[in-house]
Design a protein around this ligand. Structure first.
Ligand code: GRG
Length: 303
């Protein structure tokens, strides 16, 4: 099997896990449950649960302990997309080739579905506690994973980044500095990627020092992912417009590409991916450390 086929198999495995943890569509609150499930099952690359599961395996993790957290992470990621698509934010009608949640269920229900996914994510992650009771010493790992999840999704993570991003849209271009853009990307985009890897590792018994290094690796992956997204935004809109050159790199908002140019941005994606891969292989090669996970390295290389 080639890499793409292996990745597809893993996506299917993750979707089975997601379905296991999604709520049943019944009761007087059925509509919000349907809207939640519609949003989570709309497709997507499942990058964050995949990074979590692969990091768990890299550190020798076995069994189902990581699964509630994988589902929780995808629920949080999905809620952020549902809210980001709302008319009061990005006002998008389509995502992943399907109508957005508010376009199908209305704005009020989409707000509730996002809120419900965030809340249900923590309810789901708590299910790891019952699994941990069977293995001595595992409960504190779950508590630590829960703390990481809460912090990185919150005001010192994704919501913090989204706040700075929302305000940056109102600033004059020259006020959107590299430093501000880095803060936005590290928090809005990288925080969930960092925490996916850190949670996978902590559940498998990684040390604090290893977690700290994974946080840095997750930053590199998150930044590379964001810059690549900005690059694709430009190349796909140029294709749509049928333009021959990349001279008009300015989007309506300031991005890494508009500040640094296309050539530098492409190189930066490569540099960040290589830094992440070398960080992973150095953790893997240390004596008594984790084993190498080649799939994870190729996944990062393929951003
Ligand atoms: C509303 C609190 C709140 C946060 C929103 C994630 C986010 C923060 C906004 C989405 C806009 C955006 C372009 C974010 C950058 C990160 C990114 C490219 C997200 C999309 O993630 P993918 O590509 O999505 O993994 P799929 O569809 O594959 O799951």
């Amino acid at each position: 099997m080639n890499f793409e086929e292996v990745r597809q198999e893993k996506v299917e495995e993750i979707e089975k896990i997601l379905k296991k943890y999604l709520p049943a569509e019944e009761g007087y609150q059925k509509t919000v449950l349907e809207a939640m499930n519609y949003s989570v099952l709309a497709g997507g690359k499942r990058l964050r649960p995949m990074l979590m599961q692969e990091t768990f395996r890299m550190f020798g993790g076995e069994g189902h302990l990581v699964e509630p957290f994988m589902a929780a992470m995808e629920m949080i990621h999905t809620y952020s997309l549902v809210h980001d698509d709302l008319p009061c934010m990005d006002n998008d009608e389509y995502r992943r080739g399907r109508k957005t949640t508010h376009a199908v269920y209305g704005e009020g229900m989409a707000v509730l579905a996002g809120d419900a996914l965030l809340n249900y994510a923590f309810e789901t992650a708590c299910r790891s506690f019952a699994m941990a009771e069977e293995e001595p010493g595992v409960l504190p790992r779950c508590a630590k994973a829960m703390t990481i999840l809460a912090q990185k999704a919150g005001i010192y993570g994704m919501i913090g980044g989204q706040t700075a991003d929302t305000e940056a849209e109102e600033l004059p271009e020259e006020k959107v500095t590299q430093e501000l853009l880095l803060f936005i990307h590290e928090n809005k985009t990288a925080a969930l990627i960092q925490s996916s890897m850190m949670i996978g590792a902590v559940l498998a018994g990684a040390s604090d020092e290893q977690l700290h290094r994974l946080e840095k690796i997750g930053t590199c992956i998150g930044l590379a992912f964001q810059i690549q997204d900005d690059i694709l935004d430009i190349t796909s809109s140029l294709e749509v417009l049928g333009k021959q050159t990349g001279s008009d790199l300015k989007n309506h908002k300031v991005t890494y590409v508009s500040l640094n140019g296309m050539e530098h941005s492409v190189k930066e994606v490569r540099r960040l991916s290589e830094e992440a891969i070398s960080g992973l292989s150095s953790i893997a090669c240390e004596k008594g450390g984790a084993g190498r996970n080649e799939f994870l390295e190729v996944l990062v290389d393929d951003l």
